[in-house]
Design a protein around this ligand. Sequence first.
Ligand SMILES: [Zn+2]
Length: 206
Amino acid sequence: MKNRLLNALLSDLTANDIWRIDFLYSVTHDCSFERSLFMPSLTPQQLAEIPTLLPILIDWGERMEKRALSEGIAVNDILRNAATILRIKDIGAVRILAVPSICEPENQRIVALAAALGLSFSNLGGITFGHGILVHCSCAQDNALLTHELVHVRQYEQAGTIARYLPVYVQQLIQYGYQNMPLEREAVIETANMWPPPPHRPVEQR
Ligand SMILES: [Zn+2]
């Protein structure tokens, strides 16, 4: 049942997307990838909901990007240098919007399912959609967290659009959980290479 739904989620992706997922997996697999830390488990009913929620999630992500792009500010020089190292194509398009709290999707089923997979929106210090980064105001000067978000910007650039990126992100979230999914592991590892985190402080969490 689970595999059938995952295949349905992936059915509109190209072979290149699948290759990229496998590549990301191979990168992270060699770097402290720990499947045993958290294995998500959704019921068949919850899994069946996910394809119906994807368009709602994508619509929300596109609206959040628009908001960040229209209200946010350009990156500072430190992050511009980080973007060069990360090989971001269009850092000039990136805008960062500091907000009093990271907004959740209006759809509470998305919030509940994400939480079941280890992703709590209210605990996030930042979230990225395309070239728009929303950051909690307490983390607005946190270059390590913002570097993590820039890795997600590059992932969006590689995917091409929010509508192509988010289904892959969700598929990995289902398969591995938030802590272990390759797209997040890649961001954690590349950020740690640039900004070794202080002990006991998970990047991207306040
Ligand atoms: Zn992340």
